[in-house]
Design a protein around this ligand. Structure first.
Ligand code: GLN
Ligand code: ZN
Length: 764
C-alpha cells in the first residue's frame, strides 16, 4: 500500500482569516487570546482538510514565519529580544516586526520596540523568512512548547501527526553570522538540542518527523556536505524515524550524500527532479522509505493524473510499502481552495488545483495505486477531460503570437546606436540639468483613489466618472511635481492597483482569482495573476493616461511600464511551455506599448524590472541561461525606440555584484536602484565594473515615513559621485511612493530637489 502525506499546508486561511486576526491584534483591536483561538481554529480546519492522508504535518502552522518558529524552538532569540516580560507570542512579534501589538508596548518601559529581524526569500520562492542571527557565542536551548502544544491538539483531533521541523544544516545555512565567525562552528552546539527535541517528540509517541533540508538542492562545498554527515550521524541513535525532505530542485552532486545519510526516509521533489528517481533508487538502501513529491506544490495547474500513474505504477510495484507520495513541497506556496472562487471563468477554473484540490489529487493517485485505476475511473476521466480542454482551448493557443515569436531576431533587441551616440542626442533633445531629478512612478494612493477604482470595478460609478476621478488625480500629481521643481515628471499611477495586475488585466492570456492569496511574509499576501495562454495586447494600455499628463505640462512626462521579466516572475506561469517562451511573449506585448508611447510623443519611457533578480535559479550553474533570456526579453521590449527616446528601468534592489554584466547588457539609458539604506555601500560594485550608462541611486528611502534631510541626500550623492561620473547621475527616491502619504512626500521631495540644486551649484 502506498502511503500519502503532506509536507505543509498554507496557514493564512481560505479567506485570509489569519491575516485579519493578526492585524486586528497588532492594532490593539482584539486580544491575544482571540488571536490564539483563531490559530487553533485554522489548524483544526486544515487538519480536517488533510484527514484522508496517512500522515499530516504538525508544526507547519505559524503565526508569522516557520523559520522564526524554529529559531525560538532552538532558543536562538536575538540578544536584543531577551529579557522580555510579557507573553512569549508578543516577544515573537517583536523579533518579527520590531514591535508587538499596540498597548503591549507602552506600559512597559523595559519592553519597547526593537530592530526587526532581517527578512529574505525562502530559496527561490516569493515567501520571506526571518533570517536566523548567529554570533560566535550563540548558544542553543530547547523550547519545544509550541511544537508540543500543536502536537497535543493534533492528537486530540485524531490526526496522524508527523511533526515538521527545519533540519540543522539548512537552519545554519539560511542564517547569518553578525560577526565574522563561521556558522558551521555552531553545529556541535546545535546538534544536542536537535537530539533533545527529537527525544522529546519520541517520548510523545511520535513515529515520524519530517526534517526539511532544502539546502541539499543548492551547491554545497565540502564543509557543508560534511556537515550533513556529521549532523545525521549524530541524530541517528534517536528512536524516531526521520523523513529527510528535499525540495525546490535537483540534488545532483548531493544525491549520493542525501541517499547515504542515516535516516529512515528521503523525500524527493519529483516535479523538479524526475530524472533523479532512478539514480536515487540505485543508491538508497532497501529499507529506506522513498517519498516522491508528485504534485506541484508551487503552481496551480491540475496534475495529469494518468500520465503520473503511467510512471508511478511500476515504481509502486517495485517499492511496495516503501513508496510514499506527497506534493513536491509545502503547499504554503499555493492558494488554499479553488472552491472559494465564484467569479473565475469556469473553463479556466476547470484547469486549476489549489491546495485543497491538490490533496484530492493525491488521494486519487493513492487509490489508483492501491486499488487499481478502475476504483477512481470517474475522477481520472474528469481529470483527463479538464486537461484535454486546456490543451485544445483556443484561448490558450494563439497562432499569431507563435508566429511573431518565431520571427524574433537579435536585431529586435538592439538600439539603433550605442549609448554614447544616444546619450548625446537625448541630451540635445531633453536639455536636462546636471543631476536631473525624477521619481520612480507612483504617488500616494489615497483612500479616494482606491475608492474610485473599486467603485468602478464594482460597476458603482460609470466610465466617465472614473476617468475624471483619475484625471483629477493625475492633474494633482503633475501640479505638485511642477511646484516641487522636479525635472522629469510622472503621471502617478493612480489607475493601477498593482504593477503586474494592471497590465495582466489588459492582456489576453491572463486570468485573475478572487481569493488566490499566497503568503509573502507575516500577514502580507500576494495574489499572483494566472498566466494561462499566449500573450497578446489587444490595445494600448497606458497611452491615454500619459498623453493626458503630458497635455498638462511642458516638462517631460515619463511613460511607465512593467517589464516582461517582472510580469513573469510575479505570476503563476504556464507549465506547458518554458518560462522563457512566456517571457518573450510578454516582451513582444510590452514592446508594442513602448512603440505606441513613442508614437504618441513620449520621449522618456521607464520599464520596471523590480523582480529580475528574483528569477535567478537556485544553482549558479543555471544563472547564465536565465539571464540570457531575461535580458533578451527586456531588450526586445525596450529597444525598438529611436535614439532620441530615453529608456529607463528600475530595480528594487542593488545587490548587483554578481549580475552587473547582465544589467549593463539590458542597455537601458538610465537605471534607478535601491541604495539609500545601505549608505551607498552597495555601489562598491561600480569600483570594479565600469557601468557605462546613467544611474539614479535612490537617495530617499521610501520604506519609512522618515523625511530625509537635504544634507543627507547631498552626502549620499557625493558618495555616489566618487564612483559614477556626475554627468551620469540622477537624483531620485529608491522606489515608488504609493505607500506613502502626501504629507511625507512633499517635504521629502522638496529636500531632494534642494539637494540636486546644491550639487549642481557645487559642480560649477
Ligand atoms: N513604478 C512602480 C512604482 O513607482 C515601481 C514599483 C516597484 O518598483 N516595486 O510604484
Ligand atoms: Zn522599486
Amino acid at each position: 500500500m502506498v502511503v500519502t502525506h503532506n509536507l505543509g499546508f498554507p496557514r493564512i486561511g481560505a479567506k485570509r482569516e489569519l491575516k485579519f486576526a493578526l492585524e486586528s491584534y497588532w492594532k490593539g483591536q482584539s486580544s491575544i487570546s482571540e488571536l490564539k483561538i483563531q490559530g487553533t481554529a485554522l489548524r483544526k480546519t486544515h487538519w480536517n482538510v488533510q484527514s484522508g492522508l496517512d500522515w499530516s504535518p504538525v508544526g507547519d502552522f505559524s503565526f508569522y514565519d516557520q523559520v522564526l518558529d524554529m529559531s525560538l524552538t532552538l532558543g536562538n532569540l536575538p540578544l536584543r529580544a531577551r529579557d522580555y516580560h510579557g507573553d512569549p507570542l508578543d516577544n515573537y512579534f517583536r523579533v518579527a516586526r520590531g514591535r508587538s501589538a499596540q498597548g503591549t508596548e507602552d506600559h512597559a518601559g523595559c519592553c519597547s520596540g526593537i530592530a526587526a529581524g532581517e527578512m529574505t526569500k525562502w530559496f527561490d520562492t516569493n515567501y520571506h523568512y526571518i533570517v536566523p542571527e548567529f554570533t560566535a557565542d550563540t548558544e542553543f536551548k530547547l523550547d519545544a512548547t509550541r511544537l508540543l502544544a500543536q502536537l497535543a491538539e493534533a492528537k486530540a483531533q485524531g490526526v496522524h501527526a508527523k511533526p515538521v521541523i527545519i533540519g540543522p544544516v539548512t537552519y545554519l545555512r539560511i542564517g547569518k553570522t553578525k560577526d565574522d565567525s563561521s556558522r558551521l562552528n555552531l553545529l556541535p552546539r546545535l546538534l544536542p538540542v536537535y537530539s533533545e527535541l527529537l527525544d522529546t517528540l519520541a517520548a510523545q509517541g511520535v513515529e515520524w518527523v519530517q526534517i526539511d533540508e532544502p539546502a541539499l538542492v543548492t551547491e554545497l562545498d565540502a564543509d557543508w556536505q560534511n556537515a550533513y554527515n556529521l549532523a545525521y550521524h549524530h541524530l541517528k541513535s534517536i528512536r524516531i524515524k526521520l523523513l529527510l525532505a528535499t525540495y525546490f530542485g535537483t540534488l545532483q552532486e548531493n544525491l549520493y550524500l542525501a541517499c547515504n545519510l542515516p535516516v529512515a526516509g528521503l523525500h524527493l521533489d519529483v516535479i523538479n527532479a524526475r530524472n533523479e528517481i532512478q539514480p536515487l533508487l540505485n543508491l538508497v538502501s532497501s529499507h529506506k522509505i522513498v517519498s516522491l513529491g508528485v504534485i506541484n506544490g508551487r503552481n496551480i495547474w491540475k496534475t495529469d493524473l494518468n500520465a503520473t500513474l503511467d510512471w508511478l505504477e511500476p515504481l509502486a510495484e517495485r517499492l511496495g510499502e516503501r513508496l510514499w507520495i506527497a506534493p513536491s513541497c509545502s503547499l504554503l506556496h499555493v492558494p488554499v481552495d479553488l472552491n472559494s472562487e465564484q467569479k473565475l471563468d469556469t473553463e479556466i477554473k476547470s484547469w486549476l488545483a489549489f491546495a485543497v484540490q491538490k490533496l484530492d489529487e493525491l488521494r486519487v493517485l493513492a487509490t489508483a495505486l492501491n486499488q487499481g485505476r478502475a476504483a477512481v475511473a470517474n475522477e481520472l476521466k474528469a481529470n483527463q477531460g479538464a486537461l484535454a480542454s486546456r490543451r485544445a482551448s483556443p484561448r490558450v493557443s494563439n497562432p499569431a503570437v507563435k508566429q511573431a515569436l518565431a520571427r524574433i531576431t537579435p536585431e529586435l533587441g538592439q538600439r539603433q546606436n550605442a549609448y554614447p551616440v544616444r546619450a548625446e542626442k537625448q541630451a540635445a533633445f531633453l536639455k536636462l540639468p546636471l543631476y536631473p531629478t525624477t521619481t520612480i512612478g507612483s504617488f500616494p494612493q489615497t483612500a479616494e483613489i482606491r475608492q474610485a477604482r473599486s467603485q468602478f470595478k464594482a460597476g458603482e460609478i460609470n466610465n466617465t466618472d472614473y476617468q475624471s476621478a483619475m484625471q483629477a488625480e493625475i492633474a494633482r500629481c503633475v501640479r505638485e511635481q511642477e511646484t516641487l521643481g522636479l525635472d522629469v515628471l510622472v503621471h502617478g499611477e493612480a489607475e493601477r492597483n498593482d504593477m503586474v495586475e494592471y497590465f495582466g488585466e489588459q492582456l489576453d492570456g491572463y486570468a485573475f482569482s478572487h481569493f488566490g492569496w499566497v503568503q509573502s511574509y507575516g500577514s502580507r499576501c500576494v495574489k499572483p495573476p494566472i498566466l494561462f495562454g499566449d500573450i497578446r495586447r489587444p490595445q494600448a494600455m497606458t497611452v491615454e493616461w500619459i498623453k493626458y499628463a503630458q497635455s498638462l505640462t511642458d516638462k517631460p512626462i515619463k511613460g511607465m511600464l512593467t517589464g516582461p521579466v517582472t510580469m513573469l516572475n510575479w505570476s503563476f506561469v504556464r507549465d506547458d511551455q518554458p518560462r522563457s517562451v512566456s517571457c518573450y511573449q510578454l516582451a513582444l506585448a510590452i514592446r508594442e506599448e513602448v512603440l505606441d508611447l513613442e508614437q504618441a510623443g513620449v520621449r522618456i519611457i521607464q520599464i520596471d524590472e523590480a523582480a529580475l533578480r528574483e528569477g535567478l535559479p537556485l544553482r549558479r550553474a543555471q544563472w547564465q541561461s536565465y539571464l540570457d533570456w531575461a535580458v533578451e526579453s527586456f531588450r526586445i521590449a525596450a529597444n525598438g525606440v529611436t535614439d532620441e527616446t530615453q529608456i529607463h528601468t528600475h530595480m528594487c534592489y542593488s545587490e548587483f555584484n554578481d549580475i552587473i554584466a547582465a544589467i549593463a547588457d539590458m542597455d537601458a539609458d538610465v537605471i534607478t536602484i535601491e541604495t539609500s539604506r545601505s549608505d551607498m555601500e552597495l555601489l562598491d560594485v561600480f569600483d570594479h565594473f565600469k557601468y557605462p550608462n546613467q544611474i539614479g541611486p535612490g537617495v530617499y528611502d521610501i520604506h519609512t515615513p522618515n523625511i530625509p534631510t537635504e544634507q543627507h541626500m547631498v552626502e549620499l550623492m557625493k558618495k555616489a559621485a566618487l564612483r559614477i561620473p556626475a554627468e551620469r547621475l540622477w537624483v531620485n527616491p529608491d522606489c515608488g511612493l504609493k505607500t506613502r502619504q502626501w504629507a511625507e512626500v512633499i517635504p521629502a521631495l522638496t529636500h531632494m530637489v534642494a539637494a540636486a540644486k546644491t550639487l549642481r551649484a557645487a559642480a560649477v
